[in-house]
Each structure stands twice: as C-alpha cells, then as structure tokens.
Design a binder for this molecule. Sequence first.
Ligand SMILES: [Fe+2]
Ligand SMILES: [Fe+2]
Length: 569
Amino acid sequence: MANTESPFNILVIDSEESSIHLIKEHLSQHSDHPVHFELSRTSHEALDKIAENRYHAILVNHSLDGGKGVREVIREINRRKISTPLIVMVPPNSEAEAHRAIKAGATDYLVKTENEIQKFPDRFRTLYRNYELKTHPKNLEDEITAQNMEFLQMHTKLRDLATRDELTGLYNHRYLQEKLIEEFARAVRYGHSISCLMIDLDFFRSINDQLGHATGDEILKEAAEILLMGSRLSDLIARFGGEEFVILLPHVDYQGAAELAERFRETFARHTFLGNSQAVTATVSIGVSSFPEDAVKDRSDLLHFADQAVFRAKAGGRNQVYLYRNIGPTLKDALPHLKISEEKIFEFQRKLSEIADKARRGYVESSKMFIQALDSKDHFTAGHAGGVAKLAMQVAEASGLSLDDSEIVGHAGLLHDIGKICISDEILLKPSRLTLAEYEAMKQHHYFGYRIVKPIKFLREEATLILHHHEWFNGEGYPCCLAGNEIPLGARIVSVVDSYDTMRLAGGRYKQTLSVEAAVNELIACAGTQFDPEVVQTFIQVLLMKKELAPESYNRKRLREVIRSTSQK
Ligand SMILES: [Fe+2]
Ligand SMILES: [Fe+2]
C-alpha cells in the first residue's frame, strides 16, 4: 500500500502520551500504511472529535477520568451508532475491567505492557484490512469477506461473553463445568494433581440488606479482582453463583491449595472494600478439595467435596479454611449411599433458575409442580408439603411476623423436603425400616434442598430455613447444632409443623396416624428439647382458633412449665 493513500486515522484518548509514542514506534517499524494519530487527554475533549466520525479506530485508556471517561466514550459511540472499532487499553491483570468494557460496547482490549503493544501491529493489520474492505470493496467477494470477518469477530465476542459472568467478568458457572471436564480428564490421564477452592463471602446477605445491592455488586467486583490478583494465569476463576466463587488449580496439590486458600482468607480479612461510597469489611469461608488425595471419582466430586468443606467452614464460625479431608467419617460414609449425581443438582438448579426468570408470581405455581413430582414419587408423603406450607404460614402470622415474612415461611414449608428428589428411589421408597447408613443418607435432604433453592436470588431466605429445618431447640439437631434463638424463627416453625403433619399423615410409612390431640401432646413432650416451646404454644393457638383442637384436650400444664424453665435459662 503506497503512502499516497488517505491516512488511517487513529484517535488515542489517554492522559499520558507514553502509550501513543509506543504504538507509533511499533507501527512505524511494522506497517507501510499511512497512519495519522491524534491525542485527546480527556473524554470531554474526545467526545467532540468522536462526533465528527472521521476515525478508523479509537484507543481509550480504561482509567481515563477515574474510569468515568471510558464509559462516556462508549455511551457516545453507542448513542451515535458509530461503527468505529473501539479498543480499551487496560493495565495488566485487569481482565475483568476489560470484559466489562466489551460488554458495554467496546470492540477489543489491549493490555498496556510493552510486550502486548509490540503485538499491536498484527491487530492493526486486521483493523486496516476491514477498513479497506469496507471503503474500497474491489468486488463482491471482498465485500462478502469483509462481512464474514465482521461476523466472525462478533461471533468471537459473543462466545466470550457467553463464558463470562456479566457482573465480575470472571468465567461463569457453565464455562467452569466445561473446563472441569477437560482439566480433570487431563489430571487423571497424566497423573497430576488438581485442586479446587470454593470461596464464599461471609454475611453477604446482610451487606446487601443494610447497604443496598449496588454496594453488594461493587464488593463482588472487588472480590473478583482480589482473586484474579492472587492467582496464577493457569488457574481458572469462576463466579459459581451469588457470592460464591470457585478456583480450579491444575497441578496444585492439597498443601499448595490449602496455603493459597489461607492466603486468600487473610487477604480478605485485612481488606477494606470501598463499595459504592462507604468502607466495608467482609471475610470469606473457603472449602478445599484435591485430587488424588481425596477419593474423587469423577470431576463433579471435586466441586461437591469443596462445597461440603465450605459448608463446614461456615458452620464452624466462618472466616476459616476447611479441608474436605478433615470432614468426619460419618458424613463421608453416608455419601456413597446417596446415589446422587452433581448433574442432578445442577439440573434442578437450572430448572428453578428458569422459573425465577419468569417472575416471582409464576414461581409458586411452578414449584408446586416439583412438589407434585416428589408427591407422585413418594406416595407415603403425598400432600405433606402443601399441608406444611399452609399451616406454617398461619403459625408465622400468629407469631407476629409480617405478611411478607410469613409468606417466606410458607414457601420454606412448601419446599422444605424438595431435596428428597435427589435421594435414590431405593432409599426414598424403601418399604421397610432404613438402615443406619440409609438414614444418614436420607438426612442429607435438607442440604440438597438448600443447594437447589439457594441460587434463586429471591428464595435466599427460604434456602436458609430449608437448611435449618432439622435443628433442635437444645442444640442436638443438624446440620449446624444451632440452639434456641440461633435457629431462625421460620425454621423453628417449619420444624414443629413438619413433625405435626408427619404424625398426622394418613397411611404414614411406619406409624399409625396419630389423632390431633395425640400429635399435639407429642409436640409438647418434645418441647424444650426438639421444639421451641413458644412456637409449640403459638401452633396450638392456631389449632384452637381453627377449632381443630379442643381447649382442654392437651397437656397445657407441662407446656407452661417448659416455657417457664426455658425462659429462665
Ligand atoms: Fe425434612
Ligand atoms: Fe417433611
């Protein structure tokens, strides 16, 4: 291309001149096209120039005017429907920022290191060829080639976006699953280690509630950056969902993974998040699993084990690292009997997520379908979930909870046993008494239910109630051995109603159906140990109001004594 051609105009928007010098230097060595550069030091100055639309490429520094500049430039280009390629220049390790800019409308990004800028002439050639094909199509074939290239670029950009989490720019859940298949197969084939960290921001829900979702989102972005900064290029960092992140560590053994987890825990504990306007601190709980040290049979085990470990880290008081290999034998022994695949959990997560997208109103009806599926699978408990939902909501209202909070308790009642859908039929439908191991497996339904429901943003509170619906008032329940008021009130209500309904179920599996009076007296007998006596009292008031229980037919004296003795403690 002769230099008599009209020049290829590039606008560089950067407060420093250093980048323009470097790019010029490399282009002059590697390109024979006439190139004209213009520099704008502020976005304000650049917007007028952009409006004239005489550039063939625009390069903008991502931190221009404190980050506002790049957003203004992108907005202007979008508003004016200008098709000029826009390249965002970012410092090293700012992949997340770059992907956010691409999501907003930028064409590509360029890392501002000498090494990367050296490669710019290659990209420049593509830009220039597109420009040539667009402005001087030699024939129809050239035009089609230009369109194909544009299509290819758009396809690449869309593919990239489909693998990324929109908020943080990290890889998304789906991409993690795809890469996990490859990386795990490679580790097995070549006999090297692979480890997994599952990282959960502690008390994130309270941060969202108290400081608003905008601040919560900023904290998630900052957390993603901490993880990016502290990882190697070969590590795969993904947002797993909500406030949970996963880091996949190929070629890293247990010790290395545990050390990295501890480093992240310390970094988060020391870090002050700037949020939107106010400084916030937030710790993390981290679960670690590792192949081949853990008995990982397939790639889904690696995630599942890390998830079990993070669950223990949270139950143990948060701000801690928990290694899967340190989980006691009882739970581990129960696992083989679960006959549950990770895919099954993901499948139900995905189904419920789709329901969530359609809107909250549709959710109640749709989730009833899941319950019906469970009901039709287990005829022994048909109608149980619906019965618990209705009664739990009435007890919640009688306890003085707002209508919204009572609805949450009602939904938790409806979904409390949804995790049973993941339990194998041979355990769920076994007509005879369960063995100890089978019983242990069955006991995990609260945890599966929690994992199925947790990813749905508006069912977060319900998920917590599902998790704790088998806690005991005296602290001897599971999974977290919470006691008294540590157990969320909604979970204490579901616990009482669940037990009552089970005792009253017609055709129950092992027992005779109890009368209302006998079931209520059983609740009273367990008040103070298994059940919150005050919830039992409110529950009885509801039955009295509904005239389902005669006033003198239950052991009122014992209930009063239990309430007195527990309130004195
Ligand atoms: Fe249950
Ligand atoms: Fe139940």
